[in-house]
Structures are given as structure tokens and as C-alpha cells.
Design a protein around this ligand. Structure first.
Ligand code: DX5
Ligand code: ZN
Length: 218
């Protein structure tokens, strides 16, 4: 994977929430291509984070694309509200959505790019039927819910498989990875076929600052 093609999406989960607007501006100025926003409901994942008002605030703060990762049950009830915030990408999970194709089509109708996430314990084949209808697959490289976890290397084979499907069918999919991504694991994921890297700790916690953290991922 060509280095110039790597898209970096800084995860606000690792930012200082008392300074959210400034943190988003700082990370955009440091070179983050997208802003990753983790919405958690305490049901689909064991943690609760933020929702629509936070995404609205981010839209006012930065002009880079907002990459909104919905870790919530029944996302179809909320996609209209998130689309109105100006979110550019809406990622929903495949694990608990019996009508996922319908929900993805609704997201596209709302003018937002649809994406699907798969957890470490979910087989790649579950997203295979919906690949022609989406812009991106998010391969979770940790179990969703918390930042700062350790990368699970067994997820790499799913990245390879999905990249192969994308190439065979000329789908030109973005493949995103999220969880435990740093300078080292970014290389492994890119080699397997991922081109969008989400990172929280490796950017907001990078000792030499955000720009250096982003550079280390490229
Ligand atoms: C975890 C979230 C991630 C999280 C990643 O459920 O989806 O976006 O912020 O954090 P790091 O990069 O610290 O592993
Ligand atoms: Zn995320």
C-alpha cells in the first residue's frame, strides 16, 4: 500500500473532552484527514460516550470529513438525526442489524457515505453480501467500547480477505481499521490492505505532539 494513500482519522475519544472544539481544530491542523467520532450507547457496547450534539459541535469546529462510528443498537432510528449534523460518513455495525441493507440505503439517500463495521469475533463473510452497496468496511482491531486497547493480530486475515473481494469485483472500497493502531500496527494493516487508519491514543497521547503522532502513522 502506497504511503500517500493512507487516510488518517483521529479518534476524538482520546482527546481532552473539556476542550473538544480546540482539540478537533488542533488535530486537523496537525494533518488528520478525517475526524473519527465514537458514539456508544451502553447497550451495544459497555460504555456510553456522546451523541448528536457533539457531532454538531465538531461540524462547527472543523472542515475535515466527520467519520461517525455508531456503536449503538437500532441505528436506523438515529441515522436521520446524525445525517442532519453534517456527518460525512456513517458507520453502522453488522452484528445486530437484520435489515442492514435497507439502513445502508437510507444513509445513502440522506446524502451520507455508508460504511459497515465488523467486530473481532465476527467473520468477514457477514459483510460480503453488502460490499457493493457501501463505501467502506471498518474492520475492528479491538473489541469496541474503549480506547487504549491492544491490537488483535488475528483480524489481519479479514482485512486481506475483504481487500481481495474488493479487488476481484473492482469495488474500490475503503478499508478502515480501528483499535490499537500505532506506527507498528498501522504498517501491518496497510500491508494487509487497509487504507484508512483510526487512531486515538497514538495521536492524542503521542509524546512529541499530534503532528508527530500522525506522521508516525503515515
Ligand atoms: C473503540 C473505538 C476507537 C477508539 C480507538 O471502540 O471505536 O475509535 O477510540 O482508540 P485507540 O486508538 O486508543 O485504540
Ligand atoms: Zn471507533
Amino acid at each position: 500500500m502506497n504511503q500517500e494513500k493512507r487516510i488518517i482519522s483521529a479518534s476524538m475519544l482520546a482527546s481532552d473532552f473539556s476542550q473538544s472544539g480546540n482539540e478537533a481544530k488542533a488535530v486537523a491542523a496537525a494533518g488528520s484527514d478525517w475526524l473519527h467520532i465514537d458514539v456508544m450507547d451502553g447497550v451495544f457496547v459497555p460504555n456510553i460516550t456522546i451523541g448528536v450534539p457533539f457531532v454538531q459541535a465538531m461540524k462547527k469546529s472543523v472542515s475535515i470529513p466527520l467519520d461517525v462510528h455508531l456503536m449503538i443498537v437500532q441505528p436506523e432510528k438515529h441515522i436521520h438525526a446524525f445525517a442532519k449534523t453534517g456527518a460525512d460518513i456513517l458507520t453502522i455495525h453488522c452484528e445486530n442489524n437484520p435489515n442492514i441493507h435497507y439502513t445502508l440505503m437510507e444513509i445513502r439517500k440522506l446524502g451520507v457515505r455508508p460504511a459497515v463495521a465488523i467486530n473481532p469475533g465476527t467473520p468477514a463473510i457477514l459483510v460480503e453480501p453488502i460490499l457493493p452497496f457501501i463505501d467502506m468496511v471498518l474492520v475492528m482491531t479491538v473489541n469496541p467500547g474503549f480506547g487504549g486497547q491492544k491490537f488483535i493480530p488475528e483480524t489481519l486475515s479479514k482485512i486481506r480477505q475483504i481487500r481481495q473481494w474488493s479487488d476481484e469485483r473492482n469495488l474500490n472500497l475503503n478499508i478502515q481499521v480501528d483499535g490499537g493502531i500505532n506506527g507498528e500496527t498501522a504498517g501491518l494493516c496497510a500491508e494487509a490492505g487497509a487504507n484508512v487508519l483510526v487512531a486515538g491514543t497514538a495521536i492524542f497521547g503521542y509524546p512529541e505532539g499530534y503532528a508527530a503522532g500522525i506522521q508516525a502513522l503515515r
